[in-house]
Design a protein around this ligand. Structure first.
Ligand code: MN
Length: 170
C-alpha cells in the first residue's frame, strides 16, 4: 500500500484535482472537505503527510496547522500548505505556524507532486536517523572514555617527597 496523504480542501474541484493527482502517483488519499473535521480525521487516518488548504470557511488552514503542531499525536506529520494568495509574508506566516512545505495556487502539477515527494523523503530520512541514533550504543561509551582520560591529566601534581627545603636557620 502506498503512503497515506490527508487532503484538506474546501473547493470541490481542487480537492478532486489533488486527490486524482496523488492517487495517480500511487498514494492512498483521504479527502476532507470541511476543515472542522481535519484534526479528527487526521487522528483516525494517521497520514504520512497532510496537504492543507489555507483559505477555508469556518476554520483557516493556518489555525489547523497550529492545532496539529500543538498535538503530540499529530505534530510529527509533515504538512504541505496550499494557498491562493501569495502575498508578501504569507509563506513566512505559514512556516511560522509549523508547515514544512508550501505551494501556491494555481498549482503546477509537477511542482505539487515534487513537493509532496520531497517532504515524504525528508521525513523518511529524519525517521531513519532518529531510529539509528536511538540504537547506537557508541555515544555513552565515547563519553565514558573521555571521562577516564580526565584524571590522567591531573596526575602531575607535586609528589609528597618534593617538600619545600626547610628555611635556613640563623
Ligand atoms: Mn479554499
Amino acid at each position: 500500500m502506498g503512503q497515506k496523504i490527508l487532503v484538506v480542501e474546501d473547493n470541490e474541484l481542487n480537492l478532486k484535482l489533488f486527490c486524482d493527482l496523488l492517487r495517480a502517483h500511487g498514494y492512498s488519499v483521504e479527502p476532507v472537505r470541511d476543515g472542522r473535521e481535519a484534526v479528527e480525521r487526521a487522528r483516525a487516518f494517521a497520514p504520512d503527510l497532510v496537504v492543507m488548504d489555507i483559505q477555508m470557511p469556518h476554520i483557516s488552514g493556518l489555525e489547523l496547522i497550529e492545532q496539529m503542531k500543538a498535538d503530540d499525536g499529530l505534530k510529527a506529520i509533515p504538512i504541505m500548505a496550499v494557498t491562493a494568495y501569495a502575498a508578501k509574508g504569507d509563506e513566512e506566516r505559514i512556516r511560522d505556524a509549523g508547515a514544512e512545505g508550501y505551494v501556491s495556487k494555481p498549482i503546477s502539477v509537477l511542482k505539487f507532486v515534487e513537493a509532496v515527494r520531497a517532504l515524504l523523503d525528508a521525513d523518511a530520512i529524519r525517521t531513519a536517523k532518529s531510529a539509528a541514533s536511538a540504537e547506537e550504543p557508541e555515544r555513552p561509551e565515547a563519553a565514558l572514555s573521555e571521562g577516564e582520560a580526565a584524571p590522567e591529566a591531573s596526575t602531575d601534581e607535586p609528589g609528597p617527597e618534593e617538600e619545600a627545603p626547610p628555611p635556613p636557620s640563623s
